[in-house]
Ligand binder design. Structure first.
Ligand code: BEZ
Length: 211
């Protein structure tokens, strides 16, 4: 099934390194990240899962739960988690789906046969608290992901869900944002009392409104 932004993220039940989990129950009313990696006991994936484990508090601040997936089995996951903890100096603190029958990988279209017939690529889905897909990115097996970028995108998504703003190129938490085109320039002062700049009639900026 091909998923697109704005679609409802499909629910599933899966065996994971933390027991059998219903995805929606796991997410509760918060945000989620579902990400796949090609295989256990591989170097880039080892660093990725260690990096995600170290960001536990950052995800918690954003009310976001993470879940990983590979098509390897539970026993493999358990041994590999011990290796990740040892080599990356952390504790893997989120579930890893053992998707041996590829049920979830296929549901989320994580196998791209022209890249590799048998393994998942590095897919990432960010899922909002309304269970809709807010972001999808796909990396090749040879490139580890930048999880700080995922935090940055979640900051942008959570901000723009609540205010009529968008975030410009390379925006980071605390920087000025762009006022949505749907807001008339004369209405900006009432909506954004911290001030604004009109650079062009279609390009108006204001300090980040939720700080
Ligand atoms: C890795 O995680 O290191 C990896 C996995 C599949 C292909 C290449 C690298």
């Amino acid at each position: 099934m091909s998923l697109r932004l704005g679609d409802i993220a499909p629910n599933f039940q899966a065996e994971t390194s933390m027991g059998k989990i219903d995805f929606y129950e796991y997410l509760g009313d918060g945000w989620g990240i579902l990400f796949s990696h090609p295989a256990d006991y591989t170097p880039v994936c080892t660093t990725e899962l260690g990096a995600v484990a170290k960001l536990k508090e950052e995800f918690a601040k954003r009310n976001t739960k993470v879940m990983a997936l590979s098509v390897d089995g539970l026993e493999s996951h358990k041994g590999w988690i011990a290796d990740i903890n040892e080599t990356q100096g952390t504790e893997v603190n989120f579930p890893i789906i053992a998707d041996k029958d590829k049920k979830v990988s296929e549901l989320y279209d994580m196998i791209h046969p022209n890249s590799n017939e048998n393994f998942t690529v590095r897919s990432v889905f960010v899922i909002g608290n309304d269970k809709k897909i807010k972001l999808m990115i796909t990396y090749p097996a040879s490139t580890g992901r930048n999880f700080d970028e995922l935090l940055r995108v979640i900051d942008s998504l959570q901000l723009t869900a609540n205010y009529s703003v968008a975030t410009p190129a390379n925006w980071k938490q605390g920087e000025d944002v762009v006022v949505s085109p749907s807001i008339k320039t004369e209405d900006i002062p009432a909506k954004f009392p911290k001030g604004h700049k009109v650079i062009k009639p279609y390009l108006r900026t204001t300090p980040q409104p939720d700080l």
